[in-house]
Ligand binder design. Structure first.
Ligand SMILES: *Cc1c(COP(=O)(O)O)cnc(C)c1O
Length: 468
């Protein structure tokens, strides 16, 4: 499998190089040159497989030339053995023909573990083979940081630096990062906000001199391997509910358009999906596109669902690429003009094409809490605010009552106690593997909002705590 850039100028790469590359050199995002396509018979034959075996079948075509079947199988088995529920991604029924897929049984209680647990293991596999080390730098407002650190904690060849805004992440989220101890794990609390953290990471990718030749790797959702890992659970859910012989609808709480783009790919790989619902909070650039063909940058308004607080959606470009007949030059022009004007719309036929599959809804904090309360009263389930947004959108946008509607349950409610409390629902307890989270030792360095100081810190500690 070869991967090409959405802007058409960067060289095509194989899986191993895409994993290490992050952004393409032309500023675009990597996508598979040809998507694998499975027949209905083939998909049906996977019925009843354990999660890691299904994962092997779905992802094999994407990685086949880069890693042996035996190695990939072993990595997948190890990746998903660490999940607290033996079904890995169990379905929970909310109402007649309505379900939540619980994607929060991984080590950090959010769906990002599905991809980042795999990504850490794949990185280490390839780096060992190459005899190389890398540095990972990432900025987080909460979920990504802990999932990335958990994913890399046992990597021999990776040092990971995660920047979070000092005193501006929840205590559960901070402790999930800072209590993972290891000489290759570096938590940095920046005296600034999330944007400051993100700017410093971006600046470090743009000018890597401080790394003295060590490669810098990105683990945000522009990394293709993350999208790839998320395709699997769409197949998994459908197979539980009578697919592929009947089609499914999914509702996906969305920020950077990563998780829902994986569902779009699952459909293009042959899984019958008749509807995908884009569920956003009041930071609703994706809803404005889907409902009115206006992808316009707005200011950021903090919400009760902070993992979806975004101004622009980094993976949206991957959808634009397909909507424009995979013409990289057209996408480049569109993105250049978006960068200048902060606005984008596509030709009416292309937008109509997107609307055949996608619907959308923006859900504010009040409706989020009302949905948490409503679902709790209906069936006793406690939803986290992101998942609640998905359920609200599923209910309002549903096209067919006879098609199973599955909302992606992206986080465990214990991670977002504020919203659950505001909804008037009793807060759930931390699961057993995190029960002592508040007693664990924390390790974190507070640094000023200064690029030079951050980069000095990275180069002084980037080799298992020693200088690069
Ligand atoms: C990251 C995250 C999202 C948004 O996912 P995208 O892939 O960016 O659309 C939604 N919910 C939770 C809990 C998250 O951590």
């Amino acid at each position: 499998m070869r991967y090409i850039s959405t802007r058409g100028q960067a060289p095509a790469l194989n899986f191993e190089d895409v994993l290490l590359a992050g952004l393409a050199s032309d500023g675009g995002l990597y996508v598979p040159e040809n998507l694998p396509r499975f027949t209905l018979e083939e998909i049906a034959s996977w019925n009843g497989l354990p999660y890691h075996e299904l994962a092997f079948r779905v992802m094999r075509p994407f990685v086949a030339e880069s890693i042996s079947d035996a190695d990939f199988k072993a990595i997948l088995e190890d990746t998903y053995a660490g999940f607290a529920h033996s079904a890995v991604a169990p379905l929970r029924q909310l109402d007649t023909n309505e379900w939540v897929m619980e994607l929060f049984h991984g080590p950090t209680l959010a769906f990002k573990d599905f991809a980042l647990q795999l990504l850490g293991r794949l990185l280490d596999h390839f780096l060992t083979k190459r005899g190389e080390r890398v540095v990972i730098m990432g900025a987080t407002s909460g979920d990504t940081g802990s999932a990335a650190i958990e994913g890399c904690r046992r990597c021999e060849n990776v040092d990971i630096f995660i920047l979070h805004p000092h005193n501006r992440v929840s205590e559960v989220q901070r402790r999930q990062m800072t209590t993972i101890l290891g000489d290759n794990i570096h938590n940095i609390a920046i005296e600034g906000n999330f944007d400051d953290c993100q700017e410093m990471v971006k600046a470090s990718f743009a000018d890597q001199g401080f790394l003295k030749g060590t490669r810098l790797v990105a683990v945000n959702s522009i990394n293709w391997a993350r999208i790839m890992a998320q395709i699997v659970y769409y197949f998994h859910a459908a197979l539980q509910l009578g697919g592929p012989l009947r089609s499914m609808a999914f509702s996906v709480p969305t920020g950077n358009f990563g998780d829902i783009f994986a569902g779009y790919l699952a459909r293009n790989m042959g899984l019958p999906i008749s509807q995908l619902v884009v569920a956003t909070n009041h930071n609703d650039i994706l809803h404005r596109f889907m409902s009115g063909n206006q992808y316009d940058k707005d200011t950021l308004h903090p919400s009760l669902s902070p993992s979806m607080d975004i101004m622009v959606s980094s993976n949206f470009e991957r959808l634009l690429f397909d909507l424009h007949g995979r013409n990289g030059a057209l996408v480049k022009d569109l993105m250049d003009s978006f960068r200048q004007n902060g606005k984008l719309s596509v030709e009416p036929e292309r937008w109509t094409e997107a609307r055949r599959l996608f619907d959308s809804l923006a859900v504010d904090d009040e409706a989020t809490c009302a949905t948490i309360a409503e679902v709790h009263a209906q069936c006793g389930e406690v939803l986290d605010p992101h998942t609640a947004i998905g359920v609200r959108a599923a209910r309002e946008c549903r096209r067919s009552m006879s098609t199973p509607m599955i909302t992606l349950g992206t986080a465990h409610p214990v991670k977002f106690p504020d919203a659950v409390r505001k909804a008037g629902v009793v807060e759930p307890q931390l699961p057993p593997h995190l029960a002592d989270l508040f007693d664990r030792e924390e390790r974190c360095t507070v640094l000023p909002n200064s690029l030079t100081e951050i980069q000095q810190f990275v180069s002084a500690h980037g080799n298992r705590g020693k200088p690069l």
